[in-house]
Design a protein around this ligand. Sequence first.
Ligand SMILES: [Fe+2]
Ligand SMILES: [Fe+2]
Length: 415
Amino acid sequence: MNPTDKNENPRDNQVEVKSLSPGHRFSMDVYDSDNNLILEAHTPLSQAILNHLRASGVHRLYFDPSKAGADKPGDEPVKKSILSEELRDETYQHTKSILEEMRYNFINNPGESISKATIDKSRVLVDKIISETEKNSDGIFDIVTRLKDMDDFYYQHSMNVSILASILASRLDFKPELQSAMGVGGLFHDIGFTSISKDILNKAQLSDSEFDIMKSHTHVGYKFVEKNPRMHDIEKRIILLHHERADGEGYPYGFDLDQYQNNVPREVRLFGLIDNFNLLVMPGPGKEGLTPRGAMRFMVNMIHAPYKTKFSFLPSDIRDFLRALGFIINRGRNFMNAGDLVRISTGEIGIIEEMNRLYPLNPRVRLIKNSKMENMTRPVVVDLIKTYKEYVANIYDRNSAGQYSLNRQEQANRT
Ligand SMILES: [Fe+2]
Ligand SMILES: [Fe+2]
């Protein structure tokens, strides 16, 4: 490529796929020659992506500085961390000791609940997280996903969820005791897993009966804390109800939509979203994690995808989740951008013209098809923030052949 083309074509920054190895990180997003996003900035390259590129005959990847990170040119992605490394490490060590304590109790002192000292220390720690993240309010949170083994999976997962739940509670102005309950609930929400054998926890493919055992972590965990007077009611409900879903496919009760709305408090519903998000991004037995951006797009598609008549989470909860955490977990950037093809909750298809920073599900959209899937006969632009009841219900990804799809099967296999 002629270097003098630089201004006309910013994609003269390129790299040979054969020169790359797993773990490589780029400082900018990289694309293939069809302009498909291959890897986000700062995300380690996995062997699976490399294999995929080689198998698809992709020899070069391209940087596009004009797309570096933002909607507006000049908007740099945020790099400052919202939480100090010391406090994150302290949270990790504490989460590890909680889960080790519970596994020990389960084997040696059945019926023993969580000790007063552990609960007190958890509250102090969550208070520290909330005050530190409020001070660094423009920072980002890099989800921790460097796993050693499956024990480590639950330590890191519970820590990530606790930190995100603390931040969300403070961003949404929950009462102080509820902010604390969300963070402490995060540390304890999966304690029921400590009763399950490591053989089952480490399996990639579970039989129905093994899956039932995995599901038991909700009520087994609840039994640990049910009568503990030091635990907040919301903490107990988080442990019991964080896997309930609006479509009746959750557990342990499988509530229908009405029961979900009436029996699962908003705090616990939002907690379930954070837990779900973190499970999507964590690598685990037999799966890779999605990127934070990919996980958020996937969750929007869970609101009420065209292939599903019911939604897994309430749209208003997804909105609150994205508003509170979207920028923090995606390095200060939007997870949708101008140019994305989307379906609106009323059925029309359109292209995003401009994002709304505070309400990411309510961008300005240029419609290309009406709700009967007929092409628009005249240009129509709708600003979804003005018609707040309507929102982006699906985001389409473009595959390497340039076709748009929800890619749900591929994503489902990875989750
Ligand atoms: Fe769980
Ligand atoms: Fe969890």
